[in-house]
Design a protein around this ligand. Structure first.
Ligand code: MGD
Ligand code: MGD
Ligand code: MO
Length: 843
């Protein structure tokens, strides 16, 4: 932070932003567009408004997505433009994504002007003149940049094949149908979701590799892809009796939080399970300070308690869960054809037609016969049966056997909680409808993917699934307040003739690829890495391992909006437009172009189009951006609904006058038609060498990589550490925003807005630490320095560290430097950001 960035006070934040401006006469802000830049932070309506009547200035409001990466979707913003400059970006009243009901008041939304015009904005293509990481830049032209990349790319293709060029993206390049670079989760490259038109056509043409995001992969992959649980909408929480929050929606998901508060008003009991006393915990009836990484043990202990105390919903268990399905010795389901039974005639949900299906088999205890799981009512959920000479067992028996060791006593020890707390957690959960909202913090550990089976088993035992008020994972969000155009299903924008199929892997496997020189047993060289919409050095695990590995890659291109720790490791940085500067279609509406690109920035779409030209692929793109948007939007239905290109280009987002509160109850969309806590086949997400065992198909608890209580390394590094997503940042997207840094830093000490680490008062006393002291957090891999905040609101064995500061915003060191790339797991490749232990010392 520079001195001028720190000059602001909390009050100055309010007076300089739209938050306060709304309450002031609009005219008083006229002409003071400098208020939006951080070079002149003192500017405020009081100081900069002219004394005499201001001349009226023309003002136009545009629709934009905030794209602060605060969740699956973005908030709708009203962007106010005067004389070609943005003067305010505020959440669209009432219908902002993060708050259906709350009045707009997101400080991140209001601070966009300091991101757009801030002094970290990347304005021109920049070539790293010295070594990568040396921060020694030389400005070059787009022509020079593109021909340099084209030459390097062609050489890589010629010498090492198309897979030697790789495109890496996380969730932030979520800029729409033209530009999205994110590749989704799949181990089946043929079945991946299309990227935006720009990158998609380029990848199909070249067959270059795709490296996908790994943050939240455990939850996203296990809940959504593998188990097939969409989750209820958050509004359905009002129908719950007991709500269990494993995350911190109060800060991280205001849409969910609004519903949780509604539910509380209606009498639901809130329990927050979190090692730290979060803002969510502060609003709850009960705070369960679980030891980091051990929730899996808590969940399975609750299953054991529910079974031992017969709190089971037998109807659900038998008829709506996979409990009674029969499993053969090889782990696969017994099917009708195994027993030469007639196939089951049932409706195909997709077509409505009756089809014959070789379904799973269950056992009917009354008639003593086997039959289809879709036909037999109240089948046996426990037992071993002889199926034509083969011994088969129920899923329930396999699962119960698997979880048996994880008793309440085991969990008390592992989770650092009293037995009574675990028992009462199980009792109140069984007393449904119970709504579990996990969010994502508790799955940032190795092996956390296993918890999703545990949650499904818990829900199946008690019937807390597929009904109103019952949820067991993340809940579904949707922009119910927008009239949505339907993209033309016949559009050919996303398909190139003779498309090549890209190899895919999680990006955290890049160090393995370059260090071993092989990919799935074949020789492999990564020559050129292109990063867009991701900040893996600042957000990924294994800071040091990634930087070291990248040194072995010939050329690294980073397309980003502003300079960050990943850009610093680039050979060449390309400036990318923010949402305000380029038109694009998101699933829910058209993001308008409010201003011309800042500096020489271009959208990802444009960059790919121009790169294609430099590569000599002259006819790869047959339309410009508008042409593709028209192809997607100008269908008869969209024209009739006023949601065609011309209409949306003019109107931006089309808000509904009235909208239903969405109380969708998640259906399980897997072929068994039942809540699954067993998987016949499980594939790894982005891991080519994962060995899947029978244990991996069942609920089970396995401790984390490093952050587990019995780890002998705790003698040296006794403390666990959790980082969290606060109100003032969306990952690294809000780094170097002076207003936000000031709001989130430690106040009332010499700190003046510096990052701080929260430490329990007993752990602090042992180390002679007081609030405001400078402390070093370290382990064998790395360290960082912040101020200390001594508190009771954290477990004694845990600290909580600030998330979302760039290296140069920390007092010293880097948060990600203490993480390890080894903390990934074999099934989901989840980045396990919280899976590390440390020691703390006063400086
Ligand atoms: N220690 C710790 N680490 C964590 C977490 C934690 O809790 N603790 N949380 C993790 C989680 S949950 C996640 S999801 C990840 C997020 O990790 P990332 O998705 O990598 O993080 P972001 O900061 O959102 O990425 C921002 C980058 O995208 C660029 N960008 C934004 N929009 C565009 C665009 O349209 N085009 C292009 N080309 N670039 C664009 C920005 O310039 C910036 O470089 O971080 C993880 N890291
Ligand atoms: N303002 C804001 N909103 C965001 C984001 C943001 O960066 N800023 N990021 C978005 C993204 S990509 C994500 S993934 C979500 C994250 O949303 P959340 O999951 O709600 O957020 P986190 O802060 O990662 O984690 C939630 C809580 O989990 C706790 N926790 C850590 N370890 C454990 C554990 O082992 N067990 C339990 N029970 N709790 C644990 C942390 O202390 C934290 O309070 O937020 C989204 N929304
Ligand atoms: Mo995330």
């Amino acid at each position: 932070m520079t001195a001028s960035e720190k000059k602001l006070t909390r009050r100055s934040f309010l007076t300089t932003t739209a938050l306060a401006a709304g309450a002031l006469a609009t005219a008083s802000m006229a002409g003071c567009s400098s208020v939006s830049t951080d070079e002149k932070p003192e500017a405020s309506p009081e100081t900069s408004a002219p004394a005499s009547e201001p001349a009226p200035v023309e003002e136009k409001t545009y629709s934009n997505w905030c794209r602060g990466n605060c969740g699956a979707m973005s908030c709708c913003l009203d962007t106010v433009v005067r004389e070609g400059k943005i003067v305010s970006t505020r959440q669209h009243p009432v219908k902002a994504q993060q708050s259906i009901k709350l009045q707009p008041g997101c400080v991140k939304a209001a601070s966009n002007i300091q991101r757009i015009y801030g002094n970290h904005r990347l304005l021109y293509p920049m070539l790293q003149a010295g070594e990568r990481g040396s921060d020694n830049w030389e400005r070059i032209s787009w022509d020079e940049a593109l021909s340099m990349i084209a030459e390097k790319m062609q050489a890589a293709f010629d010498e090492y094949g198309p897979e030697s060029v790789g495109f890496l993206s996380s969730y932030s390049g979520n800029s729409g149908s033209l530009s999205t670079v994110f590749g989704g989760f799949t181990n089946f490259p043929e079945a991946r979701a299309p990227l935006g038109v720009g990158p998609e056509r380029f990848l199909q043409k070249t067959g270059a590799s795709i490296f996908t995001a790994t943050g939240d992969a455990a939850g996203l992959y296990m809940q959504m892809v593998v188990l097939g649980v969409p989750g209820n909408s958050p509004e359905d929480a009002v129908n719950a009796k007991n709500i269990f929050l494993f995350g911190n929606p109060c800060d991280s998901s205001k849409a969910q939080w609004t519903s949780i508060l509604d539910a509380k008003e209606r009498g639901a009991k809130l329990t927050t399970i979190d090692p730290r006393f979060s803002n969510t915990a502060a609003h709850s009836d009960l705070w369960i300070p679980v030891r980091p990484s051990t929730d899996g043990a808590l969940i399975l202990a609750a299953c054991n308690y529910i079974i031992d105390n017969d709190l089971i919903d037998y109807d659900y268990l038998r008829n709506k869960s996979v409990a009674p399905l029969l499993v053969k010795e090889d782990g696969s389901y017994l099917r009708l054809s195994d027993l030469d039974l007639p196939l089951c005639r049932k409706e195909d949900p997709a077509t409505g037609e009756t089809v014959e299906v070789d379904t799973e088999v269950v056992y009917d205890e009354v008639s003593k016969t086997f039959g289809s799981s879709f036909e037999i009512k109240d089948p046996a959920f426990s037992g071993t049966f002889d199926a034509n000479g083969e011994s088969v067992r129920t899923v329930y028996d396999l699962a119960y056997e698997s979880i048996k060791p994880f008793t309440v006593e085991y969990a008390a020890n592992e989770c650092g909680l009293p037995v009574e707390v675990i028992e009462s957690f199980a009792q109140s959960y069984a007393d449904g409808p119970s709504f579990i909202l996990t969010n994502w913090g508790f799955q940032h550990y190795q092996n956390s993917w296993r918890m999703y089976y545990g949650l499904a088993f818990l829900a199946s035992l008690t019937g807390n699934a597929c009904k109103s008020g019952a949820n067991y994972g993340n809940s579904l969000l949707s922009t119910v307040w927008l009239e949505k155009p339907v993209a033309n299903p016949e559009a050919t924008a996303f398909t190139v003739k003779d498309a090549k199929v890209s190899k895919m892997a999680s990006y955290s496997r890049i160090p393995d690829l370059v260090n071993t020189g092989s990919w799935a047993g074949e020789d492999y060289t990564l020559r050129l890495l292109w990063i867009a919409g991701a900040n893996p050095i600042e957000c990924g695990i294994g800071y040091t391992e990634q930087i070291e590995a990248w040194k072995k890659i010939d050329f690294v291109v980073v397309a980003a909006e502003y300079v960050n720790d990943t850009v610093r490791q680039a050979s060449l940085a390309l400036p990318v437009t923010m949402a305000f500067e380029a038109e694009d279609l998101l699933a829910d509406g058209l993001n308008q172009k409010a201003i011309d690109p800042v500096g020489e920035s271009k959208s990802d779409f444009e960059i790919f189009v121009e790169l294609a030209k430099a590569m000599g692929y002259d006819d790869l793109y047959d339309k410009d951006a508008e042409g593709y948007l028209r192809e997607l939007l100008d269908t008869e239905d969209n024209i009739a609904a006023g949601l065609d290109y011309d209409s949306l280009h003019e109107k931006g987002f089309v808000f509904k006058d009235a909208f239903e509160r969405n109380e969708v109850v998640g259906a399980e969309y897997n072929p068994t038609g039942r809540t699954q806590f067993y998987l016949e086949s499980l594939y790894s997400n982005g891991n080519w060498d994962a060995e899947i065992t029978q244990q991996d198909r069942l609920p089970y608890y396995e401790h984390a990589f490093e952050a587990y209580p019995s780890n002998p390394a705790r003698e040296q590094y006794p403390l666990f550490a959790v980082s969290y997503h606060d109100n003032y940042t969306g990952h690294s997207m809000h780094n170097h925003v002076p207003w936000l840094n000031e709001l989130r830093g430690l106040e009332g000490t010499s700190g003046n807005g510096e990052p701080y680490t929260v430490i329990h008062e007993s752990a602090a006393a042992e180390r002679g630490i007081k609030t405001g002291d400078k402390i070093r957090v370290f382990n064998s891999r790395g360290s960082f320095v912040t101020l200390a905040l001594v508190s009771k609101g954290i477990r004694e064995d845990t600290i909580t560290v600030p998330r979302g500061y760039a290296g140069d915003e920390m007092m010293e060191g880097h948060l990600q430097s203490v993480t390890s790339i080894e903390a990934r797991d074999k099934v989901t490749n989840n980045d396990s950001h919280n899976d590390w232990i440390c020691q703390v010392e006063k400086m």
